[in-house]
Every structure is written in C-alpha cells, then in structure tokens.
Design a protein around this ligand. Structure first.
Ligand SMILES: [Zn+2]
Length: 542
C-alpha cells in the first residue's frame, strides 16, 4: 500500500483521548483473576490517573462482569473524571438487533458509552462468523443504530483491522464506513494479533484518517506480539489518530496490550501532549505498583519510567558527572513520573557515590568527610564477607544512619528458635518462637509456616504487630537465596535478599551468614526497621 504525501493529514496537535481496557482486555492475561471488589478498586485508582474512559468488562459474558456493572451503577463506583464503558459484540448474524442478548446485556450495564467490537477482516467474517460480507456490514450498522437509539455513545472496535486491511482494503474500509454511517463517534483500528510493525500502522491509520477523519474520530488498539505495541500506538497517533487504548503495565493476553505506563509519559514528556495533568503523571509509578499489587503481579523492575531500576545508575564512571548534572544520564526527570533516581553502591564506589547516595536518601555526608569514609570502609568490609548493597538500598540506608548516629533502635532481638518437623505422613511443618524487646518491654511471639523463615516471619509479627502497627501493613514480596563461593575459606556463605512492600513503596534489604535462617533474619530485621521508619516519616502511628 502506498500513501502519497497529499493524502497524509498533518499530525493532529489536539490531545488524544486515553481509553483504559485494563479491566477487560488486561484481565485476559494468564494467571490474572480479579474479584468484583478488586475491579472496583482498580477502577478507582485508574480514575485518579486522568484517563478519559475506563472499560469495566463485558457484561453478560460472565457473572463477575455483570455484577461489576450492577454494583457500579448502584453507586458503588463514583468516577470523578473518567467515563465508564462496557464492551460487547455486534448482534448475531441473520437476526434482529432488537432482542439480541449481547446487546441487551450491554444496555443493561447502564454505561453512557459502549465499545462495540465487530469483524473487519473478510477472512474472519467467512470462517469465524460464517456469514456474508454484506450481513456483517448489516450487523455492525444495526447494532450501532440500536445502541444510539437507546441514547448510548458508541465506539466501534474494528477487530483484526490491520490484517483485514492487508487482505481486502475495500472491505475493511466499508466496515468502518458502515459504523460511521450508523452513528459511531470513533472507529478504533485493532491490531488484534499484535504482529503489525510501525510503518504499516502509520500508513493504514493515515489512509483511514484521510477517508473518515472528518466524520468520526479514529483510534488504535494494538497488542504487543511483535514488541511494538507502544511504538505502534505512538505512530498511529502521529498519523492522525486521536484515541488510543491500552492497559496498566501493558497486561493482556499473550504478550499484552499497549502499555499506558510507557505511552502516557511518552506522549506527555516527549511529544508535549497533555494527555494527563502534571500531578496525574507524578502518580504514574504509584498507580503502576498499586494495580500490580491488586493483580498479585510482581512489578517489573526494568519497566520503563515506573520500574524500580528505571533510573538506577551503577556506581562508576558517570557518578561524579551525575553529581554535577543529573540530566546527563537520564532521558527525563524521574520525579515527573513519581519515580526516583537511585545510585547503586558497591565496593567499586568512591566517596562521591557514597556522598551522592546519602543525598538521595536525604542524609548529609558532604559536610562530614569522616562519616563518608566510615561508610565506605564499612561497605567494603561487608562486601568482602558477601554483602551486596546494589540491590539493597534500605540496608544501605540503615548502614549510613548507623555510621552517622542517626539510627534509632526500634526493637532488639533477644533470641529466636525455629523447629522443622517432617511427619510420618510426609507433611513438613515449621514453628518459630521470637523473643524481642521494645524499649524495656519484652514480647514473645510464636508462629507456624511452610518453612522456618516463614514461621519466623509469623512469630515476629505475632510478637510485635500490636505494639508496632506498621508491621501489619508490610509484607515480603520477594525472597532470594544465593549460596556464595566459599573463597574466604570459612565455608559456604548464604546471602538473602528480601523485597518488602507496604502496598505503595518497595524496599530491599540484605542479610549474610553461614546459616540460611540467620541470613534471612538479618534481611528481615532491616526490612522491618525500614517499615517502621517509613511509617514514622509518613506520620503514621506505628
Ligand atoms: Zn485487544
């Protein structure tokens, strides 16, 4: 296909509208299962981000989605900024739109906007619908007309549009025209199989905008099977589309959908399009993590913009330059997306890294050279016995606080004990007892678990959750054990790295010992100390 420059409209400068389909397309991802309460929580979080539309699900397709819309309509979901939409399919072939069960379920969802999906690839009309091209056009038209008559705004998702356009461009465009004639406000071109490449998406969108752009908005909905979903969405918008669909963290079936967490900052910070406000953008990292948390997914540390490592710099050559100008080694200011710059400290680090790292943590090591040297010495000693601070910011911070006299003791371990028992029937159970002091008060807790570390965690919580509530909000998200080479001649050493979370923030701690339980305890001790410190900073009672 060729598009001449005369046909190409100038890229629109208008701000594109964002359509979130996390709760419908996103939940198609393997392993994700949300309750109705979860879906309501996610919708409320999405509303804080400033997207124009939130697609809640497919009413009638499963009881959960039907219940979601019912509860949303009954006042349980009050969106202050976004419009709730329902998703569903065109009517059945050779039947009336009136009385069609799918359309009836869509209407009973009581949303002001409906996103209706229909076929636009002639091959799918033949083989999946098993009907004629003309009947498919009639299905699209009569379904949209019915929804319009009922007072709904309609967006039309043209399924398999890019593949369909390659196969039969005239038919694919005829489907869009039928939708436009019937009263849709936006035709959304879908790369349902996710294999399109940017140049193709650009050309096809430009052609559709030239054909229909004056009458209806053009949108894009692309999947990530060729790892091009964000790029395809961007070129679609640059080719004249004004509506884009995606999901939080790019979740979705197979390789996912276009990732709004990358798309939003690309549009706002790189292209200058105010798709969300500045304050909204600064919540981006938090939204990414909160939604991942509800979906029980571990956030990808290397995710652009919102990942834990997205602005992490390894100590070395460029650290002293970073000290002078942080923008030398990062493409945007991390604060803008609610993330932060991190410096990775290791024994390769010099004083300047330690000083900068201190500054990052809000601790002044610049005016105290002696303290900076002590911290560096301590890092070197600990790294020699197996510690690593590159992936354990929180332990590093405690170390700096200890060396600068800024570490207040929150609790003090007296002792712990763990027992692992394998019973006759093959089950393995672990129990632990922890004795711990807060000021001059002694607490004893016991716990059970599927292993000794789990039992120890439960015992510690049992001992102190009443006294220090911050602990109840903290949980261990990731636990990694590594056996290090015994090159110091003292036998095998175990290093444990723990990532903890309070649902909003993550922090990493490390422990090292020749005993795996003791190494775990040390990492847990730092994790809990950090939890209390963060809670105190946040003004919580714990
Ligand atoms: Zn999709």
């Amino acid at each position: 296909m060729t598009v001449t420059s005369e046909q190409q409209p100038a890229a629109r400068s208008a701000v594109p509208e964002l359509y979130d389909t996390t709760l419908r397309d996103g939940t198609q991802q393997e392993g994700i299962s949300l309750t109705v309460d979860d879906k309501l929580r996610v919708a409320r979080i999405l509303d804080t981000l400033g997207v124009a539309f939130i697609e809640g699900g497919w009413p009638g397709a499963n009881p959960k989605d039907t219940e979601f819309f019912k509860r949303a309509a009954s006042g349980e979901l009050e969106l202050s900024r976004a419009v709730l939409t329902a998703f569903g399919m065109t009517r059945r072939p050779n039947a009336d739109a009136a009385g069609d069960p799918t359309l009836e379920a869509l209407l009973s969802a009581e949303t002001p906007v409906i996103c209706l999906v229909g076929k636009s690839d002639v091959l799918h009309v033949d083989t999946a619908l098993r009907t004629s091209g003309d009947e498919n056009l009639a299905m699209v038209a009569s379904s949209i007309e019915l929804l319009r008559r009922e007072g709904r705004r309609v967006l039309f998702d043209a399924e398999h549009f890019f593949d369909g356009y390659l196969r039969d461009p005239a038919y694919a465009l005829a489907v869009l025209r039928a939708a436009a004639d019937a009263g849709t406000e936006c035709v959304v071109l879908c790369d349902t199989n996710g294999g399109a490449l940017p140049a193709q998406v650009h050309d096809v969108v430009a052609t559709v905008v030239a054909d229909l752009g004056g009458r209806v908005d053009v949108g894009v909905h692309v999947h990530n099977d060729a790892d091009c979903a964000v790029a395809n969405s961007l070129v679609g918008l640059q080719a004249g589309a004004s509506h884009v669909q995606g999901t939080v963290n790019g979740i979705g079936e197979r390789c996912g959908n276009a990732n709004l967490m990358s798309l939003i900052p690309n549009l706002k910070l790189q292209l200058g399009l105010d798709v969300v406000g500045d304050a909204d953008l600064s919540r981006l990292t938090r939204v990414a993590h909160e939604v991942a948390e509800i979906m029980n997914l571990t956030p990808d540390p290397h995710a652009p913009y919102v990942g834990h490592a997205a602005f992490a710099h390894k100590a070395g050559l460029h650290v002293s330059a970073l000290a002078r100008r942080t923008d030398l080694y990062q493409h945007v200011e991390p604060d803008l997306v609610g993330n932060s710059l991190r410096l990775l400290v290791s024994e390769l680090a010099g004083r300047s890294t330690v000083v900068l790292k201190g500054r990052e943590l809000g601790l002044d090591l610049e005016s105290d050279r002696a303290a900076a040297d002590r911290v560096l010495e301590r890092v070197k000693e600990l790294e020699h016995i197996g510690y690593t601070f590159e992936a354990a910011d929180a332990s590093f911070e405690l170390l700096v606080r200890a060396e600068t006299g800024m570490l207040r003791e929150i609790f003090r371990l007296e002792s712990y004990r763990t027992i692992v028992e394998r019973r006759e029937d093959g089950t393995v159970v672990a129990e632990a007892t922890v004795k711990v002091w807060v000021d001059d008060e002694r607490f004893i807790g016991t716990g059970e678990g599927n292993g000794p570390v789990d039992a120890l965690d439960h015992a510690f919580r049992a001992a102190l959750s009443g006294r220090l509530p911050a602990i109840a909000h903290t949980h261990l998200r990731d636990y990694k054990v590594r056996i290090l080479d015994a090159d110091t001649g003292t036998g095998a050493t175990t290093r444990v790295l723990i990532r903890s979370t309070d649902g909003e923030r993550d922090w990493d701690t490390v422990g090292v010992s020749s005993n795996v339980i003791e190494a775990s305890w040390k990492a847990m001790e730092d994790a809990y100390t950090t939890a209390f410190r963060l809670a105190v900073d946040a003004g919580a009672s714990g």
